[in-house]
Design a protein around this ligand. Structure first.
Ligand code: HGY
Ligand code: MN
Ligand code: MN
Length: 411
């Protein structure tokens, strides 16, 4: 198993830094919400790097971007990719690493004139984070046929914008047909975004599956009234029910134990005034588990609680499912390769599930896929303090390069 690495970690790190300047929040973080002006600027920079390598640029009708080498070669390709949109308090590595490492592997293959038997593609998927337009991993989900493109284009964001209008506004409503790209295999290098690798002092995560994810929006409709004069039993207090649902999530999750996690990340009250009983409340609940059955149970329990709390408080409740994703296994032979090449390069590796959602879990529906994790310092991500050590970034790049070239040279 040859483990020569031609790729240049320096060049990749320089690009990571340059891309991190776009949408920089001044505190080391990045805010490049999907289809925002910052996202457009980030796309333009990455497409510019692809053009400089004379890659064939394909942009599909949902704004997914593909840089292909060699040009006009329609054989099923080895695709390396991820996303460059971020959450509002993002770091410079989440998603961006997978795209820029893929670009680096292609640049290396061109420079070294490597005898690849199938094309190499670097992919940038639209709206992976789903924080402006839900659900998350939207571009890869549409690509994999899991969401009709028109439904996705008609999605209204938390700021009231329509996704399709924003895609057109930033000029990335391409004409390449969605989902038509022939794929042999898909690889995504990504930061772990959790504490496991660092705690165990392991450099490479050979990701064997992604846990199930359920996002639900609860809208509570009550009635505003005076906070001082309205007796408790006569109120229609949307804020009370939102807080009760919010408190029930950690209670239920701690009781369930195991892999179950639950998050109330978004809660808005209206009119959101100290001395006014809330007329309306919107909150989202993110539930995840590696076990599909337990995740479904958690969701059922939470809905039952929410409806009972609404009845008790004499308010109206609307429930909207934003995401409902089963756990996804990755291709065993790719997981094996990641592990084998990690140790061939002299890095400690361990198999692990992914706690976060990723584009790879969508592409796994249409092609053998796998992921490579590198450690997150302090297990922190979706936070401006997100950081991964350069040596670990280099390790991830080397393993991606070896696995991708192996797949591209396989007959
Ligand atoms: O939600 C997720 O797990 C991913 O960061 N979009
Ligand atoms: Mn990501
Ligand atoms: Mn993310």
């Amino acid at each position: 198993m040859t483990t020569i690495s031609y790729a240049s970690p320096r060049r990749m790190l320089d690009r990571l830094k340059a891309l991190g300047e776009i949408g920089a929040t001044g505190d080391g973080g990045v805010c490049r919400l999907a289809l925002s002006d910052a996202d457009r600027a980030g796309r333009d920079l990455v497409v510019g790097w692809m053009r400089a390598l004379d890659l064939e640029i394909l942009i599909d009708a949902f704004g997914n971007i593909f840089g292909r080498y060699p040009k006009a070669n329609d054989a099923p390709a080895v695709v390396m990719g991820s996303h460059i949109d971020t959450v509002a308090t993002g770091g410079i590595y989440d998603g961006n690493l997978g795209v820029l490492a893929g670009l680096e592997v292609i640049e290396t293959a061109i420079e070294q004139k490597l005898p690849i038997a199938r094309p190499l593609i670097v992919a940038v998927f639209t709206n992976e984070e789903g924080v402006r337009f839900a659900p998350q991993m939207m571009g890869s989900l549409v690509f994999a046929g899991g969401l009709p493109i028109q439904t996705a284009l008609d999605t209204i964001g938390i700021d009231g914008a329509r996704l399709g209008d924003e895609l057109r506004r930033i000029g990335y409503d391409g004409d390449y047909p969605v989902g038509k790209l022939p794929i042999h295999s898909f690889l995504e290098l990504h930061i772990e975004q959790g504490p496991v690798l660092e705690t165990e002092d392991v450099t490479i995560g050979a990701v064997d599956r992604v846990q199930g994810i359920s996002w639900t929006e609860y809208k509570v409709l009550g009635q505003s009234s005076h906070a001082g004069t309205t007796p408790m039993h006569l109120r229609k207090d949307a804020g009370r029910v939102a807080c009760e649902i919010g408190a029930f999530v950690p209670q239920m999750v701690f009781e369930m134990g195991g892999d179950q996690v639950g998050t109330v990340g978004r809660m808005i009250l209206g009119p959101n005034l100290t001395n006014v009983v809330a007329r309306e409340a919107t909150l989202t609940v993110d539930l995840r588990n590696t076990d599909a059955g337990k995740l479904a149970d958690a969701r059922k329990r939470l809905d039952a609680f929410a409806h009972a709390a609404a009845r008790e408080a004499n308010v109206h409740l609307e429930v909207r499912q934003l995401t409902d994703l089963l756990p996804v296994p990755f291709a065993p032979d790719i997981v094996d390769m990641v592990e084998a090449y990690a140790s061939a390069h002299g890095y400690k590796a361990r198999r692990m599930p992914s706690g976060a959602g990723h584009d790879a879990q969508m592409i796994a529906r249409v092609a053998p896929s796998g992921m490579i994790f590198v450690p997150s310092v302090g297990g922190i991500s979706h936070n401006v303090r997100e950081f991964t050590k350069p040596d670990d970034l280099k390790a991830g790049l080397q393993v991606l390069e070896s696995v991708a070239l192996r797949l591209a040279m396989q007959n």
